[in-house]
Design a protein around this ligand. Structure first.
Ligand SMILES: Cc1ncc(COP(=O)(O)O)c(C=O)c1O
Length: 340
């Protein structure tokens, strides 16, 4: 039994999901003739109370499309220093959109309205790049699954309105935040210009993300997706996985959160653990006491068929997910406690 806690992207479609995918009605989505893709897009737009959505192969492409939508070459976006759009999208913001990023020193990947206001370049000062976009992530990945206080989004929105900035949310794990905070997704639709969401993380679909916005913006996004090479044909089979995931796998995220919290509690009491970051959702970040090597810990766990990842010297990450079952959880807890 292999227990992979490296990421929530490692899940495999269940037989039920595969059956649902196989019975999908499909058409050519580049001609907007795939009824299952249209059904998924309509469903996700409705969830957020927004006008339209567009299906993407990846969260990266959905985010990069959003950046392209909201900026012109030479401009600047504001994000936290941990932001996925800056750290893990291959430099796409500069490659695709020609923009630079002003990175803020936030708390666990989250930034405040005050920090945003301070980071905006004076539009009259033509030596500096024009600030045009704010990107936030919820939950934060590198920040350890942290969830924003929704009031902060409203405050950042106000700063955006006052300064003519667009506001994008990377909601790769928005489902975890919604479940954890018991929030209403339509509130998000009122605050953001665009939201990207993923089906291939906590929800267990093999692929798929969507960008949600108003109709005119999504029409523009359709063209950008084409330019980025993301137009797909009979992709309803994959969209069906997303519909299945949304119908069946959202509420159960509380189990992942519970297991991550339980692992955090175990780690906190181990003599070789220095600090466990607060666990809100399914991502758990912890650091080792001086003299303990994270590579050695990874190796020792690997020998017990448990896989976790490094976040740099002395720092590690565990991510719980759909394929991490109760029996595995007991084994991991047991193994951690016995480890010397
Ligand atoms: C916060 C966040 N945004 C975006 C992405 C990109 O998603 P994808 O791997 O589908 O491109 C990820 C992937 O893990 C992520 O964690």
């Amino acid at each position: 039994m292999e227990i992979n806690l490296v990421s929530d992207t490692v899940t495999k479609p269940t037989p039920e999901m595969l059956r649902y995918m196989f019975q999908a009605q499909v058409g050519d989505d580049v001609y907007k003739q795939d009824p299952t893709v249209i059904a998924l897009e309509t469903m996700v737009a409705q969830i957020f109370g927004m006008e339209a959505a567009l299906f993407f192969p990846s969260g990266t492409m959905a985010n990069q499309t959003a950046i392209k939508l909201h900026t012109q070459p030479g401009e600047q976006l504001i994000a936290d220093k941990y932001a996925h759009v800056f750290n893990y999208e291959g430099g796409g913001a500069s490659f695709n959109s020609g923009v630079s990023c002003k990175l803020l020193d936030g708390n666990r990947g989250m930034i405040t309205a005050e920090q945003v206001a301070e980071a905006i370049n004076d539009p009259e000062f033509y030596h500096a790049p024009l600030t045009s976009l704010v990107c936030v992530e919820n939950t934060t990945n590198k920040g350890g699954g942290a969830c924003y206080d929704f009031e902060e989004f409203k405050r950042i929105r106000k700063v955006c309105d006052e300064n003519n900035l667009k506001f994008h949310m990377d909601g790769a794990r928005i489902w975890n935040a919604l479940v954890h905070k018991k929030e209403n997704p339509t509130e998000y639709g009122k605050v953001f210009d665009t939201i990207s969401v993923c089906l291939s993380k906590g929800l267990g679909a093999p692929i798929g993300s969507l960008l949600v916005s108003d109709k005119a913006t999504i029409n523009r996004a359709f063209r950008i997706r084409k330019i980025l090479g993301g137009g797909m044909r009979q992709v309803g089979y994959l969209a069906a996985a997303g519909i299945y995931a949304l119908q069946n796998n959202v509420n159960r995220l509380v189990d992942d959160h519970q297991r991550a919290r339980e692992l955090g509690a175990v780690l906190e009491n181990l003599p070789w653990v220095e600090k466990v970051e607060p666990v809100e959702t399914n991502i758990l970040i912890f650091s080792l006491k001086k003299g303990f090597d994270e590579k050695l810990l990874i190796e020792k766990l690997k020998q017990k068929s448990i896989f976790i990842s490094s976040l740099g010297p002395g720092k590690l990450r565990i991510v719980t997910h759909l394929d991490y079952k109760a029996v595995m959880h007991n084994y991991v807890i047991d193994t951690l406690k016995k480890l010397v």
